[in-house]
Design a protein around this ligand. Structure first.
Ligand code: GN1
Ligand code: MG
Length: 343
């Protein structure tokens, strides 16, 4: 691997020797490496071409949006062109991309109301910064990425084709998703039918995609792989999905997976206060963003489990089932909470 990394990096910086490199294991899709040189550090990524079929359009989306944000003084990543002026390197069957490295910390979850408010406020500012970026300049690199209804239909297909062993292991979770679809169908369909505006959104705003300084101040959001036209509900929902879980999506001990109401309220309040651009429809539905994305993510994890783990990287047998159960547990709590709050 070392030789390959050296070779790829040389294409971007022919005269900069690599001092060392480390693998960054936080993402579930791409191969990511931190590269140290004498004067700078970089992030080198080997893009997953099974997941990202239209990789060049995806790289275009990333470069266009980050250049736009940088030009408008909104802190973000900077992608580096190679010696031919391209923002990627094609090597055999792999595609690589290089960006600046931002010294920072990553949080597994949000552990204070201050950070929750900061995240909500930041997300609204991020959306505001992209309000004037033309949505039509971006391609749908993963069609139906956050089409929750389609995700549910795909999940139902997986149920039909699953092995009897996995079906039996997943029985309770399948029943939960099938009986709760009705609760998110209306909001999912309002997004699909254009009742809420299409905006430039990040689409993967999990808390581990946000970088913080040592004092807990947010520096920027990373991982622009899925920046596409979409709904703000998905971004708000994904920040809450990961931020308002007292543990995380990998937790095997479900007693540790709890819905943190205070974090939820602080993040949501800060977002709503700052997001003055929201349409009436968005403002009326924003409280459904969390159950919506939890439902979708549970369909994706459980569907992958039933498909014998073909999408998400797994390191042990039931990992996708564990992931699905964490989403379902939080969704159950959130629904009860939202119901109580209404009464
Ligand atoms: C994937 O690769 P990563 O970890 O950034 C996935 C997201 C999921 C997330 C769950 C392209 O993101 O949609 O929410 O895992 N990205 C893709 O952890 O499918
Ligand atoms: Mg991602």
């Amino acid at each position: 691997m070392e030789k390959l990394i050296q070779k790829v990096f040389k294409d971007f910086y022919p005269d900069k020797p690599i001092l060392s490199y480390t693998t960054i294991n936080s993402g579930l899709i791409n191969g990511t490496y931190k590269i140290d040189t004498a004067d700078e550090c970089y992030v080198l990524q080997k893009m997953n071409q099974v997941v990202f079929k239209n990789i060049k359009a995806l790289l275009n989306n990333k470069v266009k949006t980050t250049c736009y944000l940088n030009a408008n003084g909104f802190p973000t990543l900077t992608f580096i062109p190679n010696k031919d002026g391209l923002f990627y390197l094609e090597d055999d069957d792999a595609i690589w991309q290089l960006s600046t490295y931002i010294p920072s910390m990553v949080l597994d979850r949000i552990d204070s109301n201050e950070i929750a408010s900061q995240v909500g406020n930041y997300l609204a500012k991020f959306h505001t910064a992209l309000l004037n970026f033309p949505v039509s300049d971006l391609e749908y690199t993963i069609p139906d990425f956050h089409n929750t209804i389609k995700r549910f239909c795909d999940f139902e297909e997986s149920v039909k084709n699953a092995s009897p062993e996995r079906l039996s292991e997943a029985k309770e979770s399948i029943e939960f998703l099938e009986s709760n679809f009705k609760n998110i169908e209306a909001v999912a369909s309002a997004i699909n039918t254009g009742k809420m505006p299409l905006r430039v959104v990040h689409n993967d705003t999990k808390i581990t995609n946000m970088l913080f300084d040592e004092n807990g101040n947010i520096l920027c959001i990373i991982d622009f792989d899925t920046v596409m036209p979409g709904s703000i509900l998905h971004d708000v929902g994904d920040a809450l999905r990961t931020g308002a879980n007292t543990s995380n999506e990998e937790e095997k001990d479900l007693s540790k997976v709890r819905f943190d109401v205070e974090i939820y309220e602080a993040l949501m309040k800060a977002y709503v206060e700052e997001a003055s651009f929201m349409s009436e429809e968005e403002a009326q539905n924003i409280h459904l963003s969390l159950p919506l994305i939890l439902f979708e993510q549970a369909c994706r994890f459980l569907g992958d489990y039933l498909n014998n783990d073909i999408y998400y990287t797994t390191t042990y047998e039931d990992q996708n089932l564990v992931r699905a159960k964490t989403q379902i547990k939080i969704m159950d709590r959130v629904q009860s909470y939202l119901k109580e709050k209404k009464q």
